[in-house]
Ligand binder design. Structure first.
Ligand SMILES: *Cc1c(COP(=O)(O)O)cnc(C)c1O
Length: 379
């Protein structure tokens, strides 16, 4: 269905199309050309990341992360159920069992107080998902990981250019995963990146990314021919993707500034409804600098959420709900992941609604959304 004010709109902000033309002229459209490398250096420098490798998607980055964890059948991975499919599927593909832990009612992130109760001798990895680009309680999560010798893989798909106590999200785990899907802050249609924060993982990450070959070493002149050395896959994106993405990343500040305005407008205009107790607005704890990835409301109950959603949609506004919790999905049930009660996850997913949010949304469009939300909730 086409909405007058859609939930998301892909956008051009700078030199994306020029860069693509330039990439064609340079004569290298396969992976790791000049633009792909420029994207990686820009992200490393701006965000303080040890090593960034572009991937075709965040899903691919998560799959690489799972391979780097060297999981064995029966190993367990702790993650929220309130997340996108790929957070879990990447680890299931690698043979692990997802163990879902409930989320905090304020940030909707993995509840750090519940993690240790889910740890046992099979646990290998914790996967914090930074929902809406707001950081999980990473100090505590890393402390738990250290105490139990677990790896930390950050699903920072929504969190490019977000920070926790001054450090970029994606740079805090053993590895971190970014998305440049067209619904995220910085886009290349489909796209992602793996942040390899531990220098000792870089070489294997490069090999897994390039079909399990040591081609990168060959390019650097470190071996005299390249060959098959591990089981990887095709995790190198086309240079066309890198060229488009570079046009966006060059404009990171402008995109972020605009998103802040959009967010602040919603926040200020909807605050009265929150003060009246009609909705709950997002919480950003101290120490978290967010990237204004999305704006959500939590209604008092599921019936109100469904009613509000239907009302907005009927007025041509593309508001949407978010995750169907993975523990209650057909695959989650089949894998036997629905054993632990997850009351906050269940409640939140039934009451959450996301408002239209994109770089080119106009003040009139936002005013229209606020008017319709207010009209419905006050009726
Ligand atoms: C968008 C998203 C993904 C998947 O990203 P793709 O680039 O589309 O593969 C994974 N996890 C979370 C939390 C996301 O929001």
């Amino acid at each position: 269905m086409e909405y007058r004010i859609p939930f998301n709109k892909p956008f051009l902000v700078g030199r994306e199309l020029d860069s693509i033309a330039q990439a064609v002229a340079l004569g290298n459209l396969a992976g790791d050309g000049r633009f792909t490398q420029s994207c990686c250096r820009l992200l490393e420098q701006r965000l303080g990341i040890n090593r960034v490798l572009l991937t075709p998607s965040c899903t691919a980055a998560l799959e690489m992360a799972a391979l780097l964890c060297d999981l064995e059948p029966g190993d367990e991975v702790i993650l929220p159920s309130f997340t996108f499919v790929s957070t879990a599927s990447a680890f299931v593909r690698a043979g692990a069992r997802p163990v879902f832990v409930d989320i905090r009612a304020d940030t909707l992130n993995l509840d750090e107080k519940l993690i240790e109760a889910a740890v046992n001798e099979r646990t290998k990895v914790i996967v914090p998902v930074h929902y809406a680009g707001v950081a999980c309680e990473m100090d505590r999560i890393r402390e738990i990981a250290r105490a139990h010798r677990l790896l930390v893989v950050e699903d920072a798909a929504q969190a490019v250019n977000s920070f926790y106590r001054g450090k970029a999200l994606g740079s805090l785990g053993d590895v971190g995963c970014y998305s440049f899907h067209e619904t995220k802050n910085f886009i290349s249609g489909e796209g992602g990146a793996l942040c390899v924060n531990r220098p000792d993982l870089v070489e294997r990450a490069e090999i897994l990314r390039d079909k399990g070959t040591n081609r990168q070493k060959f390019f650097r002149g470190q071996v005299d021919k390249y060959t098959w050395v591990d089981v990887g896959s095709a995790y190198v994106p086309s240079e066309l993707v890198g060229a488009f993405l570079f046009g966006q990343l060059e404009m990171m500040q402008a995109i972020s500034d605009r998103r802040r305005q959009i967010y602040e407008y919603y926040r200020q205009s909807l605050q009265p409804l929150a003060d009246e107790g009609l909705v709950r607005l997002p919480t950003v704890p101290e120490g978290c600098t967010q990237n204004f990835h999305l704006f959500y409301l939590l209604t008092r109950d599921a019936k109100t959420r469904d009613g509000l959603l239907a009302h907005l949609n009927s007025r041509g506004i593309g508001a949407v709900f978010h995750y169907v919790p993975l523990h209650s999905s057909p695959m989650g049930r089949k894998l036997g992941c629905d054993v632990r009660p997850l009351p906050v996850t269940d409640a939140v997913s039934a009451c959450l609604i996301r408002l239209p949010f994109y770089y080119t949304i106009t003040a009139d469009e936002q005013a229209d959304v606020v008017r319709e939300v207010t009209a419905y909730l006050r009726a």
